[in-house]
Write a protein that binds this ligand. Structure first.
Ligand code: MRU
Length: 362
């Protein structure tokens, strides 16, 4: 219905999420610099979708080297590849899926770099399979997670961890979708998610497109909503889960987890294994992106504070594992202690990523 990201006619096409819900416009990317800009500028966002964009972006960048007269020169391809990976991976530091996807693409490069036409075919095939895989992973997260809900429940969610943030279907919203598809009556309360409004602009839009009942609140209403027992569960996505289960997600998630604990409401994180970062011991090691202060000084393009106002604008926060009731993955639901449950996961190895994230923007 709304392809978030699609490979079409030798180019990468993305739905421009900055314009939703007002306009459905697409951005066409013809090289990896375009893709890096779109990740940084939030044309595409959400951890799994960023990873998919990164994989396609690297494949696109390599395919453009075909026109270079230096292609046959010793060492040229290796250096150009490293530059492309670095351009893509220095866009947003928190979502580990970006580095996970780049590492998968690097493994393909290492195997096929001696045959350029084959390399291009295989890099694109790897990006496409990562894209398809993510959709299946979301379906499995949904199937697992719906068991935590019962008909009549209302789920409070934050930011957008839906079809728009993934290859389709979604993680947190995938759980809701799977419950609804299973005949359960489930509705959603979406926090608007200041300052970037992913909840108001994206979550509300995609649930309405699917006919799933959704009510919008401002972030500051969450405590009152919980006190009035208007939500039976909180379900959010994740940008990075550390080895001990501490979870980085959109700023405001931590406050919801504290409120949920106080009100005795279960707080669930829905995330694919690709979002678990066993190389980061705990939440203190997760790099938190800081974004432009104007996102806070302004609202919908209009100033709400003086231009010289000092602003702190972290895009994510970290919820301690102790506040998480369960982590819903495609493999199974993990229960506390999360560190132990993560260590016991099959298919999760210490991953090496060529560019470790860091830094941010002021
Ligand atoms: O800044 P964003 O919009 O990329 O932040 C997105 C989130 O925080 C999501 O909750 C997270 O990436 C999970 S998406 C399945």
């Amino acid at each position: 219905m709304y392809p978030v990201i699609e490979w079409k006619d030798h180019a990468l096409v993305m739905l421009d999420q900055r314009r939703l819900p007002g306009e459905k416009k697409f951005v066409v990317h013809r090289d990896h610099h375009d893709v890096a800009r779109s990740i940084r500028d939030m044309v595409i966002r959400g951890a799994p979708a960023i990873g998919i964009a990164a994989a396609y972006g690297i494949a696109l960048g390599v395919s453009r080297l075909e026109a270079s007269p230096d292609l046959g020169r010793p060492g040229f391809l290796e250096k150009a590849f490293r530059d492309i990976v670095s351009t893509i991976t220095t866009t947003r530091p928190t979502a580990v899926n970006l580095f996970w996807a780049a590492a998968r693409i690097e493994a393909v490069f290492a195997q096929s770099r001696n045959d350029f036409p084959r390399l291009c075919r295989e890099l694109l095939a790897a990006a496409q399979s990562l894209d398809r895989e993510d959709y299946e992973v979301n379906r499995a997260i949904g199937r697992n997670g719906r068991k935590l809900l019962k008909s009549g429940d209302t789920v409070l969610t934050h930011c957008n961890a839906g079809a728009l943030a993934t290859a389709g279907y979604g993680t947190a919203l995938g759980v809701v979708r799977a419950a609804v598809e299973n005949g359960m009556k489930v509705s959603v309360i979406a926090g608007e998610t200041r300052p970037y409004l992913q909840g108001a602009r994206l979550t509300v839009w995609e649930l309405q497109e699917d006919g799933i009942p959704v009510t919008l609140i401002t972030d500051s209403m969450a405590g009152y909503v919980m006190k009035r027992k208007m939500a039976q569960a909180v379900i959010v996505g994740a940008d990075r889960v550390a080895a001990n289960g501490d979870t980085a997600n959109k700023i405001g998630t931590y406050s919801l987890a504290v409120l949920a604990r106080h009100h005795g409401i279960p707080f669930f994180v829905a995330a694919p294994l690709s979002t678990i970062d066993p190389a980061t011991a705990d939440g203190d090691g997760i790099p938190i992106e800081e974004r432009d202060g104007d996102e806070v000084r302004m609202f919908m393009g209009r100033a709400t504070a003086r231009p010289q106002t000092a602003v702190y604008n972290p895009a994510f926060d970290v919820t301690p594992a102790a506040l998480i009731s369960a982590l819903i993955t495609e493999e199974r639901i993990l229960y506390p202690p999360l560190g132990k449950a993560i260590a016991a996961l099959r298919g999760l190895r210490r991953r090496s990523t060529s560019a470790r994230p860091g830094g941010g923007r002021s």
